[in-house]
Design a protein around this ligand. Structure first.
Ligand code: ASP
Length: 302
C-alpha cells in the first residue's frame, strides 16, 4: 500500500491508509519514541488559534526526533500581507520537510499542497476538514468498542460550522457506523434527509440519544457565526448534554468532545468530568495519532 503524500482530508485517504495510520498510532509510545524523523524539519503554520492540535503536532514531531518551528499569523510576514503561496515557497526554500497548516479558510491546505513539493498536513481548515481529529477520535472509539460497524454515533451541536463533524462523519460512516447529526435548525440544516450513506440529521436530541454508543458534543463556534444570533438559553434547554440526557444513551456509551469545551453551554461539568467522558483520552491519543501521521507523510512509517 502506498502511503499518502499529504494529509488533506478524510476523502483523500483510502480505507487501507486509514487503517495503517491507526495501526501505527497504537504502536506509538510518546515516552519511548522511535527516532523516525531525526534530521527532519517540520513547520507548524497556524493562521488560527489552537491549543491541543498545535501542541500535540509539536510534541509528536519532536518525539520522533524532528525539529519544529511555529509560524503564527500575528508574528510573521503574514501580518504584512504575504500570500499563503509565497509563505509556502519561503518555508520550502528554508528546506522544511513538511508543513502542518491550520487556516480559517476552507481549502487553504489543498491550495498550499498544489504549490509546494513537501507533504502538507491539514490541522483544520475553516468549516471543512480536521482529519487528524477524526483519526484520533476513531482510535479513541476503537479503544472502547469492539468494532466501528453498526455503532450509533450522535454528534450534537454546531454541526454546520464543524470541520470535526464533517471529518468524523466521513471516516466513521466509511467503517459502517450510523451517524446522527443533531442540533437546532441553524446548526443542522437539511433535517430528515439522508446526508450521506450512514448519516442522518434531526433536531430532536432526546430521540437521537436513544441507543447511542457514542455521544460527541461540539462547541458553538462563535468565530464562524458572522452576525447570526442564537439564544443561549434555548440552546442550553434543548441541546445541552446533561447527566439525565446521557441516561437515554446506552449504559456503556462514551462521551467525546474535540475541545475546547465550554462548560455550562454544550455540556455540564458533571458530564464532562463523569465516568463516561473520554475527552482527555482523546487529547492523549492526539499525540500518538499525530506521530503516526508525521511518520507516514514523511515516508518513515515502518
Ligand atoms: N478544536 C476543534 C477545531 O479546531 C473544535 C473547535 O474548535 O470547537 O475544529
Amino acid at each position: 500500500m502506498k502511503p499518502p503524500h499529504s494529509l488533506l482530508g478524510i476523502r483523500q485517504l483510502t480505507t487501507p491508509q486509514i487503517e495503517a495510520i491507526l495501526k501505527l498510532a497504537r504502536r506509538m509510545d510518546p515516552k519511548r519514541p522511535p527516532q523516525l524523523l531525526r534530521g527532519k524539519r517540520v513547520v507548524l503554520l497556524f493562521y488560527e488559534s489552537s491549543t491541543r492540535t498545535r501542541t500535540s503536532f509539536e510534541f509528536a514531531a519532536k518525539a520522533l526526533g524532528a525539529t519544529t518551528t511555529l509560524i503564527t499569523a500575528a508574528s510573521s510576514s503574514i501580518e504584512k500581507g504575504e500570500s499563503l503561496i509565497d509563505t509556502g515557497w519561503t518555508i520550502t526554500s528554508l528546506e522544511a520537510d513538511a508543513i502542518v497548516i491550520r487556516h480559517p479558510n476552507s481549502g487553504a491546505p489543498y491550495l498550499l499542497a498544489r504549490h509546494v513539493p513537501v507533504p502538507v498536513v491539514n490541522a483544520g481548515d475553516g468549516m471543512h476538514q480536521h482529519p487528524s481529529q477524526a483519526l484520533l477520535d476513531a482510535l479513541t472509539i476503537a479503544n472502547h468498542k469492539t468494532r466501528l460497524k453498526g455503532l450509533r454515533v450522535v454528534i450534537v451541536g454546531d454541526v454546520y460550522h464543524s470541520r470535526v463533524a464533517r471529518s468524523n462523519a466521513e471516516l466513521l460512516s466509511r467503517f459502517g457506523a450510523e451517524i446522527v447529526f443533531c442540533g437546532p435548525p441553524n446548526f443542522v440544516p437539511g433535517v430528515s434527509a439522508t446526508i450521506a450513506p450512514g448519516v442522518v440529521a434531526t433536531h430532536d436530541l432526546n430521540a437521537a440519544l436513544q441507543g447511542a454508543d457514542v455521544v460527541m458534543s461540539l462547541r458553538v463556534q462563535k468565530e464562524r457565526l458572522a452576525g447570526k444570533h442564537h439564544s443561549v438559553e434555548d440552546y442550553i434547554a434543548d441541546y445541552q448534554i446533561t447527566p439525565q440526557r446521557m441516561k437515554l444513551a446506552k449504559p456503556d456509551a462514551i462521551l467525546m468532545h474535540p475541545g475546547p469545551l465550554i462548560r455550562g453551554m454544550e455540556l455540564t461539568s458533571e458530564v464532562a468530568d463523569g465516568p463516561q467522558a473520554c475527552i482527555l483520552e482523546q487529547v492523549r491519543n492526539g499525540v500518538k495519532v499525530r506521530m503516526a501521521i508525521m511518520a507516514t507523510v514523511l515516508g518513515a512509517a515502518r
